[in-house]
Design a protein around this ligand. Structure first.
Ligand code: GRF
Length: 190
């Protein structure tokens, strides 16, 4: 089975998935793609010996090159890990129920455009929530609204800052995303 990972930032989830699947001879991460030439994920991919493709907005939205490349590479699962761009319909149509994303909150709350990175944790703390967590879901045309695959939660104390919440949530991401990716590939049958 072959995975392509899209990331826009530091890529700690991409690395966690790569390390988890390193010994699995049935699964390989064929490619890491990013829209951000400064992304930390590029250095991580180099260290992990995974090919990286840096693309720009125009290529992603005005050409089919990315989709064609993923199809040519026989990618079985597209994994978004801190990817900050909306997925074009042409990619969703080419990979039905084969694109997943992780969101650092308990959807359907704290989702949608603008609810990413630190903003999510600030909103959760500001609302006085007693828990937050992660949501792994299929990606469809509407931001953060695909079918939910897995959720895990963490307690928030009144003393927690958004940074404390971010740390707790990221720990959940690294603990669960790799396993869920592995399970999905296993469940795709031979
Ligand atoms: C994570 O918080 C993830 O939930 C969100 O973006 C962040 C990515 O972190 N989508 P990293 O780039 O994987 O370290």
């Amino acid at each position: 089975k072959r995975i392509a990972i899209f990331a826009s930032g530091s890529g700690s989830n991409a690395e966690a998935i790569a390390r988890y699947l390193a010994d699995d001879t049935e699964v390989q991460i064929s490619l890491i793609l990013t829209n951000n030439p400064e992304a930390g994920v590029i250095q991580r991919a180099r260290r992990l010996h995974i090919p990286v493709l840096v693309f720009d907005r125009k290529t992603f939205y005005e050409s089919d090159r990315i989709v064609e490349m993923l199809l040519n590479q026989k990618i079985d699962l597209v994994v978004l890990a801190g990817f900050m761009m909306l997925i074009p319909n042409v990619l969703i149509q080419a990979f039905p129920r084969r694109i997943i994303n992780i969101h650092p909150a308990l959807l359907p709350r704290y989702g949608g455009k603008g609810m990413y990175g630190h903003f999510v944790h600030e909103a959760v703390v500001a609302a006085g929530e007693v828990e937050s967590g992660i949501t792994i879901h299929y990606v469809n045309e509407v931001y953060d609204e695909g079918e939910i695959i897995f959720q895990a939660s963490c307690a928030i104390s009144s003393a927690d800052t958004p940074d404390d919440v971010a740390r707790k949530v990221q720990a959940l991401e690294h603990a669960h995303y790799p396993r869920v990716v592995g399970q999905l590939l296993g469940s795709q049958g031979v």
